[in-house]
Every structure is written in structure tokens, then in C-alpha cells.
Design a protein around this ligand. Structure first.
Ligand code: SER
Length: 324
């Protein structure tokens, strides 16, 4: 990554932003990475490690001003409502997820000075998509408002790249597992919540059925994939909608068994709710060969490595007095 990069992260307090900002600040200097979010940050690592300002992605002029004033060369647009929260408020989800994207795409078009990253998701797929090793190019009929917004967003990213030469790059993230931020309203977030409950209560009530297979990825791998994609030569990025990306797939039952290897009296119950239907519409595993071939993607963490690392970090957080 060139030293002169100035990076803007929009939606920095979310699950990806919390980890990404810290990783970027380690790789560059802290002052080169401006974290922003719609709300003030609580005291903590993110706030203390570098510049932060309140920024609403729906305020075009405010976003353009921050980009200008700081001579931004890369924007990570992470502000969005996730799948389960979006179902509770479809209009707000559509507005935030789409207008936020348009604002940054249009500022990119106006200023021509930065490349941008925008996350897509396995939620672009739907019940008519082949669910085993889902190909990059396939049937896409998403049934959630979140998935519809991501699919539309992908089409617009490709359109702005083709028509206006905007250097926009994207990944279809699977469920992301991390310990720095609390679960944030996604359907795959059971796989985050389960670790907190396992450490605190030794018991978890799972809102998905035990055999719901979903594609997942540990956050360090997701950050590697994101930075690899952003640092790749523009000419090697052949897909400008969004890349399939994958690391591992498991069910709640498989994850519970893995956790029980570390917390022997851990138990789990299953009480599927409205999120089951969302999960059932998504693939069980993903074919990400284009990412592997075109810019060298390869994951590091399997299920057992991820589980061991998550438990160690979550135990440490609560031992240090983190809020429950
Ligand atoms: N993790 C997301 C969700 O469950 C999917 O991208 O909403």
C-alpha cells in the first residue's frame, strides 16, 4: 500500500469497520486513516487510535467535504443495515444501503481521485440459486430487502465502473465472525453471539436450526481478502460487480461441537425464528475460484483455528471487565 494513501472509512463502528480501521492504522500511519460513523464512538481503541468524526453517508455535501479536505485516495463504504434489521425496517434499509452507495459513487465520479470498496454479501443469492458451491455467475433472486439492495448495488458498481471508469471493488462476504464488536443484526450473527454466550453462560439458544449450513469467514481472513483486493493492480480486477469469496462452511451443531472441545459443559438449544427463512434462502457453500485465480485469495482459518482464537479473545475481553 503506498504511503501517500489517505483513507476514509464510513460506518467505522460496525463489525467490519471496527477491525478494518485498526488494521489499516497498523499498516499505514494512524493519521492516514479517518474513521467516521453516524454516531459518536464510545471511548475505546477505535476512538483513541486515530482521527474520528461524525459523518452521515446520506449527507452528500458532508461526505464530499471530508474527502476534499483530507485528499482521500481510498473510501471504504461500510454503512448499511444488515439482513435481520433490514427486514424490520425495509424502507430505511433501502434508503441507507442504496443512497449511501450512490452518494459515494457520484462523488467518485465528480472528483476522480479515489478508489472505493463496497461490501456485498451472500444475501444477493436466493432460494432458486444452486446452494452447493454457488458459482460466481448464477441465478440471483434474493428474497430479503438487504439482499435486494446488495444485488442492485452490485449492478450499479459495475455500471459506474464500465460507464465512468470508477475504480470500485467489492466482495460478497459470507457470515463474518469477530470478537471486537457485538453481533450487529445479521442472520449469520448467531455465529458471533454463540461465543459470547458460551463464555458467559455456557449455554446458547440458537435462532437457527442445528443443520443450517452457511458460508462463514473469520475476520482476519476477511481483512486479508479486503486489503488484497484493494491493493491488487486494477487490471487484475476483472469482476466489478462483486467477487464470491469463501473460507469455511458449518452448521450451528458443528460449531457447538467445536466450542464444546474448549468449554466442556457448553450446551445449546434450537428455537428457529424469522431468521431461519432468511438463512434457508442463502447458499451453504460458495465457489470463489475467480478470487483465487485473479488476485490470489486464500484463507488461513479453518473451523477449529477460528473457534480456538475466538474463545481465547472473548475470554480475555470479559476477564478484563468488558460489558456483558
Ligand atoms: N452477515 C450478513 C447478515 O447476516 C450477511 O451478509 O446479514
Amino acid at each position: 500500500m503506498p504511503d501517500k494513501d489517505n483513507i476514509l472509512v464510513i460506518g467505522a463502528a460496525g463489525q467490519i469497520g471496527t477491525d478494518l480501521v485498526l488494521r489499516l492504522r497498523q499498516e499505514l500511519s494512524a493519521s492516514q486513516v479517518i474513521a467516521t460513523d453516524v454516531k459518536d464512538l464510545p471511548a475505546g481503541e477505535l476512538l483513541e487510535s486515530g482521527p474520528f468524526q461524525v459523518l452521515d453517508v446520506l449527507d452528500y455535501n458532508a461526505v464530499a467535504k471530508v474527502i476534499d479536505q483530507n485528499q482521500i485516495t481510498q473510501v471504504y463504504l461500510l454503512a448499511a443495515l444488515l439482513s435481520a434489521t433490514a427486514e424490520q425496517n425495509p424502507k430505511l434499509a433501502w434508503k441507507l444501503n442504496m443512497e449511501g452507495l450512490f452518494n459515494v459513487l457520484d462523488i467518485a465520479r465528480e472528483k476522480k481521485q479515489f478508489k472505493m470498496f463496497w461490501p456485498s454479501s451472500i444475501a444477493v443469492f436466493g432460494p432458486t440459486t444452486p446452494s452447493n458451491l454457488t458459482p460466481q455467475h448464477t441465478v440471483m433472486e434474493p428474497v430479503t430487502v438487504y439482499g435486494v439492495s446488495k444485488q442492485a448495488g452490485e449492478r450499479w458498481c459495475e455500471y459506474y465502473n464500465q460507464k465512468y471508469n470508477i475504480d470500485v471493488r467489492s466482495l460478497r462476504y459470507p457470515g463474518l465472525i469477530s470478537y471486537k464488536s457485538p453481533p450487529g443484526g445479521g442472520t449469520t450473527d448467531y455465529a458471533v453471539d454463540i461465543f459470547h454466550k458460551a463464555v458467559l453462560d455456557k449455554h446458547y439458544n440458537c435462532f437457527l436450526s442445528k443443520d443450517t449450513m452457511l458460508p462463514m469467514m473469520y475476520m482476519p481472513d476477511a481483512l486479508d481478502a479486503t486489503l488484497q483486493l484493494m491493493n491488487a493492480e486494477s487490471s487484475s480486477i476483472k469482476i466489478r460487480s462483486s467477487y464470491n469469496i469463501s473460507a469455511l462452511s458449518f452448521t450451528p451443531e458443528m460449531l457447538a461441537k467445536e466450542i464444546a472441545k474448549h468449554i466442556s459443559d457448553f450446551s445449546i438449544d434450537y428455537a428457529p425464528d424469522f431468521r431461519q427463512k432468511i438463512a434457508d434462502s442463502w447458499p451453504g457453500s460458495i465457489d470463489d475460484s475467480f478470487a483465487r485465480e485473479q488476485w490470489g485469495w486464500k484463507e488461513t482459518f479453518g473451523l477449529s483455528e477460528m473457534t480456538e482464537d475466538m474463545i481465547a479473545h472473548i475470554q480475555e475481553r470479559y476477564a478484563l471487565g468488558a460489558n456483558k
